[in-house]
Design a protein around this ligand. Structure first.
Ligand code: SF4
Ligand code: SF4
Length: 70
């Protein structure tokens, strides 16, 4: 079975986890379908394939506007 394509992306030039709450990515916390991963606080977050509702929560929750819907 084909994996669903990623619907979101991070601009790593804009993403600075150290500027987020205790290094925890707000998108990781906010995504209703848990499509964001961050191994440890202060690590770079990344999206994983899955059923993205395209709700925009991750985009809206990032204070540095580092996330976009593709
Ligand atoms: S909320 Fe934005 S700036 Fe903060 S770690 Fe997540 S993507 Fe990066
Ligand atoms: S758009 Fe919504 S469902 Fe898709 S990755 Fe962002 S928060 Fe999760």
């Amino acid at each position: 079975m084909l994996e669903p394509k990623l619907k979101v992306a991070v601009d790593y030039e804009k993403c600075h986890p150290e500027k987020c709450n205790k290094g925890v990515c707000a998108a990781v916390l906010g995504c209703p379908t848990k499509l964001w991963k961050q191994e440890e606080p202060y690590d770079s977050p990344y999206p994983i394939p899955g059923f993205c509702q395209e709700c925009g929560t991750c985009v809206d929750s990032c204070p540095l506007e580092a996330i976009k819907i593709l």
